[in-house]
Design a protein around this ligand. Structure first.
Ligand code: UD1
Length: 419
């Protein structure tokens, strides 16, 4: 098994660049299926989930290539509306191909998506919204046969929760549907806005992204374009939290402070000095960390659930008692027992974690059980005394382009090796 060997105890210093956003690139890649022309996508992160997306696009007959952070995709002539189970299981975002495929071809056969390590993660909101737009779904033995016998049409769709994936799926289906679709209680995440900007670049008629009401008037066809994927705000949060834990000073480039306000505010409350510029964030941590007021994860613009394991790791070394409430995913606390192995004092009950900060964490053998848990354990290990052996790094590779290289370039001691 591959793992990270991390020798902790060094401060971070220097400049580190954030990659393009995974959670923006994946829906935009699904949107390429809607485009009757060639798309060039810059800043596409080279990650296993992005490669999985390339495989799905190729399987649907879209010519697709990812080279050096540039994706070219040409869906002038899709050849299939069927996504095999083995591809659907590769990641959660495979569900977005439902909206894209229905939008472009009027039909789609697929199974439930994978990537469920955070809990149940149903797609009932996606399916109910698409049904309102005229999609008939016939489910048999885990396979969803979707068709639009009377055509795909616009509709008013009220989401009972501002689900990111459901909002994206409806946007994808609506871009080429007949008439207007209005999404009420839409997710407001910056990645949704990036998808809307991309679709507009291709000729779609969308307004309201970034607010909770998104309007999409279907157009006849979308044309090719060149687009640059937004920076990854969770990767930026990972670098900031690692610096907060390890101490030192770091300039995180290709990052927008305005999209990370809740994380930055908590880090400042914990004793870090942070300055945000248009496209970069500076952090310095010279003083000991201190506990913060209760953190509650919420849909954007609240505290992001993806940054919660990272901030929990930071608070494990903050003097005093902090409380974290996880309101989005029931299984987002899976780093906590591993942090406890490293000397953290964390009590986790249901959706609440009570963290009693300790001065020191110690290197240990730990396992990443999902992407952000892996990032949190890496950050903790960089600041811990002694050597940590971290397994399960294939999860980390789903969301970070060689995290060990990036952090090593600013002073961390991490090697990828067989453990
Ligand atoms: C996306 C992000 C993920 C992030 C999450 C919340 C991508 C690839 N992933 O995931 O990193 O943590 O947003 O910001 O962009 N739910 C239902 N039924 C549904 C859909 C969702 O009950 O049909 C529930 C989920 O189980 C979860 C909550 O709603 O409890 C939020 O899910 P959602 O916003 O849809 O997250 P994802 O799109 O899966």
């Amino acid at each position: 098994m591959q793992g990270f060997v991390i020798e902790g105890g060094t401060e971070l210093k220097g400049e580190i660049m954030t990659s393009g956003s995974k959670n923006a690139a994946l829906p935009i890649m699904a949107a390429c299926l809607l485009v009757n022309g060639e798309v060039r996508l810059d800043g596409c992160p080279c990650l296993s989930d992005v490669y999985s997306s390339v495989r799905i696009l190729s399987c649907l007959g879209c010519r697709c290539e990812l080279r050096g952070g540039v994706l070219t995709a040409d869906a002038k002539a899709p050849t299939s509306d069927y996504i095999p189970d083995r591809l659907m299981r590769l990641m959660r975002s495979s569900s977005l191909y439902l909206g894209a495929c229905i939008g472009r071809l009027g039909s789609c056969t697929l199974s439930y998506p994978g990537g469920c390590e955070l809990g149940a993660r149903p797609i009932d909101l996606h399916l109910a919204a698409l049904e309102k737009m005229g999609v008939h779904i016939n489910e048999s033995r885990g396979v969803l046969e979707c068709s639009c016998p009377n055509g795909l049409h616009g509709a008013g769709v009220s989401l009972s929760f501002p689900s990111v994936g459901a909002t994206e799926n409806v946007m994808l289906a609506a871009a080429l549907a007949k008439g207007e679709t209005v999404i009420y209680n839409a997710a407001r995440e910056p990645e949704i806005a990036d998808l809307a900007r991309f679709l507009r670049c291709c000729g779609a008629n969308i307004t309201g992204e970034g607010t909770s009401v998104i309007r999409i008037s279907g157009v006849k066809a979308l044309h090719g374009c060149e687009y640059k994927v937004m920076p990854d705000r969770i990767v930026a949060a990972t670098y900031l939290c690692t610096a907060a834990l390890a101490g030192g000073e770091l300039m995180v480039t290709n990052s927008r402070a305005c999209e990370l306000r809740p994380v930055i505010d908590v880090l400042c409350e914990a004793g870090c000095d942070i300055y945000g510029y248009d496209d970069r964030i500076y952090i310095s941590r010279k003083r000991p960390l201190k506990a913060v007021k209760t953190i509650r994860t919420m849909p954007y613009p609240g505290f992001p659930t993806d940054a919660q394991p990272l901030i929990t790791a930071v608070l494990a070394r903050a003097r005093g008692v902090s409380v974290v409430a996880e309101n989005i995913f029931e299984n987002r606390f899976r780093a906590n027992p591993e942090l406890v192995r490293m000397g953290a004092r964390i009590r986790t009950e249901g959706r609440i974690a009570v963290i009693e900060g300790t001065d020191r964490l110690y290197g240990a053998r730990v396992m990443a059980s999902d992407l952000r848990a892996g990032a949190a354990l890496t950050a903790a290990a960089v600041s811990a005394q002694g050597i940590t052996e971290l397994g399960g790094i294939e999860y980390i590779d789903r969301g970070y382009e060689r995290l060990e290289k990036a952090l090593s370039s600013v002073g961390a001691r991490i090697t990828r090796t067989k453990i």
